[in-house]
Design a binder for this molecule. Structure first.
Ligand code: CMC
Length: 376
């Protein structure tokens, strides 16, 4: 196969964390099928599995849960950073900056050993939802809502965001969405985190860089673009015609295609079920109906299948989440995968430093500026 760039097919690490079978649409975390975890587990249990390599015993899980919920509150300094950014920074700019500044008062900031890194990971997993919810409420001119230790990770986030206790069904849907985004092998943001960790830089630097990589519309930023696409199609218009016109103009349809999956992304299969169920209960079934019509058109015209970002958009929309928070929510979940990859990188490290092929001008001699005639 001719090299199309983008490190396609290049193995850059040996990992015990997560594997993908792109031909058959299978995603596995530490040996467990993601569908099995989505049905029976919780985001917190998946965090334990990702950070420790095994599912917890009851005793281990109780201690883990109390540790995690104990870290949800932000320090005064980080709360001030979030408040300051709420007036003028976009959501991913806020998250990138708040996560970066959260290292200033982290008691383990000078250590890269595995236990210190796990403690930093726990604090970031616990605090990122509080950052996102606080920012969203401040931006809307509302008072922040304190974390509730009686609630699980997903329900607590929705309550901090909306001010209302979510229904068990909404909390379960959101919990499954978090499970589905927790890790994904050597995706661009995880690779970014591993490159940063490979210089023996610290956890917060790696996660900050990963957030920057996730923000792009070819990666995690695609979920927001999917919602913008749905909103851009006028009510009553033919979805098929709208999508065909975009494809004719060689536009990319966000939420479709994948470097590894050559069939349905298994996460999209699960999210489609949730989106359909929420649509059935909603006064606005059109978001799901339009999504399904787009799916049929893109699969039929291009043979490209939905990825995780496609049906997560309508699912979050039905849960009442504003579009600008979709990618921060992706980051809030993926932080556990990034952190586990940082720990793995530090445990068997060699600097990641690939090469490039030079295709620039040949040797030439320096011209003093007054003798240069050619503009760049
Ligand atoms: N819509 C239209 N055409 C597409 C799309 C799309 N979504 N995705 C790929 N193609 C076409 C592309 O134009 C190219 O055609 P041609 O060979 O004629 O130039 C061909 O398919 C191969 O594309 P590629 O960019 O070389 O493939 P890749 O493996 O580098 O790209 C991708 C993977 C995800 C960047 C790409 O499929 C894409 O841009 N999708 C839309 C953005 C998106 O949904 N991103 C989320 C990815 S999954 C979750 C996550 O990581 O966040």
């Amino acid at each position: 196969m001719a090299d199309k760039g983008g490190l396609e097919g290049v193995v850059v690490a040996r990992s015990r964390l997560c594997s993908i079978d792109g031909q058959n649409g299978v995603l596995v975390y530490g040996g467990y099928d993601v569908g099995d975890l989505a049905e029976h587990s919780s985001y917190e249990e998946v965090c334990f599995l990702t950070l420790y390599g095994e599912l917890p015993t009851k005793e281990q899980f109780d201690a883990f849960l109390s540790d995690l919920s104990g870290h949800r509150a932000l320090s005064d300094e980080t709360a001030q950073v979030v408040d300051m950014l709420a007036s003028h920074a976009a959501p991913m700019e806020m998250l990138r900056t708040a996560v970066s500044s959260d290292s200033f008062d982290d008691p383990d900031k000078d250590s890269n050993d595995a236990e210190a890194n796990r403690r930093k990971a726990m604090r970031l997993i616990a605090k990122m939802p509080t950052m996102v919810a606080r920012y969203a409420r401040r931006r809307a001119g509302q008072e922040p809502i304190a974390p509730d230790p009686a609630l699980g990770h997903a329900a607590n986030f929705l309550q901090m965001l909306t001010g209302e206790r979510p229904s068990p069904a909404a909390a379960k849907t959101f919990d499954v969405a978090l499970i589905l985004h927790a890790d994904h092998e050597m995706n661009a943001s995880t690779f970014t985190a591993r490159v940063i960790a490979s210089t023996l830089s610290d956890m917060h630097s790696a996660i900050t860089g990963a957030i920057g990589a996730l923000k792009g519309p070819l990666h995690g930023g695609a979920n927001e673009q999917v919602m913008h696409l749905l909103e851009a199609i006028p009510e009553g218009a033919s979805v098929e015609d709208e999508i065909r016109a975009r494809l004719d103009r060689k536009e990319r349809i966000m939420g479709f295609g994948h470097r590894v999956y050559k069939t349905w992304d298994p996460r999209a299969v699960i999210l489609k079920r949730f989106s359909r169920r929420l649509a059935d209960e909603s006064a606005e079934p059109r978001w799901f109906e339009m999504s399904e019509a787009i799916e049929k058109t893109v699969v039929g015209e291009k043979g490209l299948y939905p990825n995780v970002d496609f049906y997560s958009a309508s699912t979050y929309h039905y849960l009442g989440v504003e579009t600008g928070l979709f990618t921060p929510i992706f980051a809030m979940s993926r932080v556990v995968g990034w952190a586990a990859h940082v720990i793995e990188q530090h445990s068997d490290n060699r600097l990641i430093r690939p090469s490039s092929e030079y295709v620039g001008p040949g040797p030439r001699s320096y011209e003093p500026i007054e003798r240069r005639s050619q503009a760049a």
